[in-house]
Design a protein around this ligand. Structure first.
Ligand SMILES: Nc1ncnc2c1ncn2[C@@H]1O[C@H](COP(=O)(O)OP(=O)(O)OP(=O)(O)O)[C@@H](O)[C@H]1O
Length: 258
């Protein structure tokens, strides 16, 4: 039977006159891969920021494993088992990939420092193991600033996985990744997360990725959830196709004039 891992109830957050969250109710079920889609400015990142402690909602509540986490600090939330990756990877660019992941391992153990010399051999061993799972062993010794976008995204997610989360929120894990490598990268990612029994919520603009990898998809629109369900159902909805998919599949096309 499905179990609720994260429950958001009545989340609201306004920036001046902009309602970035306008009554969000959402249950994330244990073990699922939930995609979030929606046009630019719909409030997708705001939801991730509220869930991970980077923003505090004006109203509403977020519960994780039945415990209220609204208003907790990002670090306290990580400790409870929620990690995130960013739209723009947050790697230490002057460090190697292995050092970056090892720093995340160290952070999990309570050492929060960007100083690689503080790392212990155990941190590095674990980092190497995680990189192997991500298929990144060959670039373990490369500096983060030398990576292409696909490798950078995976390395950023490898850092989040080093925190041993039970819930991982990913903001556009495939943005900027070359179309030719996208599916391979997501496949790797999904395999690692399923093996580690991590529940995932990911913001995604590529409907092929959503169709293939998401168990459910939530459609964000003006701070609200406009539709929620299995991808085959939701993506076939004419309103969703008109308002979201049309925009995202053909971003450069203008609407025809009446
Ligand atoms: N810290 C902030 N201060 C002011 N306005 C903000 C802030 N964060 C978000 N907003 C506004 O809230 C709205 C929702 O933004 P958000 O980044 O959550 O959208 P999004 O769906 O993630 O968009 P995108 O797909 O472009 O990343 C936007 O109008 C944005 O400009």
């Amino acid at each position: 039977m499905s179990e609720v891992l994260l429950r958001a109830t009545g989340l609201r957050l306004a920036f001046g006159g902009v309602r970035a969250a306008d009554g969000i109710d959402l249950d994330v079920m244990k073990g699922e891969f939930l995609a979030i889609i929606g046009p630019n400015g719909a409030g997708k990142t705001t939801f991730i920021n509220m869930t991970t402690g980077y923003l505090k909602p004006n109203a509403g509540e977020i519960a994780y494993e039945g415990r209220r986490i609204t208003g907790m600090s990002p670090r306290a939330i990580v400790k409870l088992g929620i990690a995130r990756s960013f739209q723009l990877p947050q790697l230490f660019l002057e460090h190697t990939v292995e050092q970056n992941v090892a720093l995340a391992v160290a952070a999990r153990m309570g050492i929060w420092s960007p100083l690689a010399p503080l790392l212990r051999p155990g941190h590095r061993d674990e980092a190497r193991d995680i990189l192997e799972r991500f298929g990144l062993s060959a670039i373990a010794d490369s500096r983060a600033d030398a990576l292409n976008e696909g490798a950078r995204k995976l390395a950023d997610i490898a850092m989040a996985v080093a925190l041993k989360p039970r819930l991982l929120l990913m903001d556009e894990p495939t943005s900027g990744v070359a179309a030719s490598e996208k599916m391979t990268i997501v496949e790797t990612l999904v395999n690692v997360l399923r093996d580690a029994k991590v529940t995932a919520v990911f913001v995604e603009h590529d409907m092929d990725v959503v169709e293939r990898f998401a168990d459910r998809v939530a459609v964000w629109s003006q701070g609200r959830i406009a539709a929620l369900g299995p991808p085959a159902e939701v993506l076939a909805d004419p309103a969703v196709q008109r308002e979201v998919i049309g925009i995202e599949r053909h971003p450069a096309k203008e609407a025809p004039h009446a």
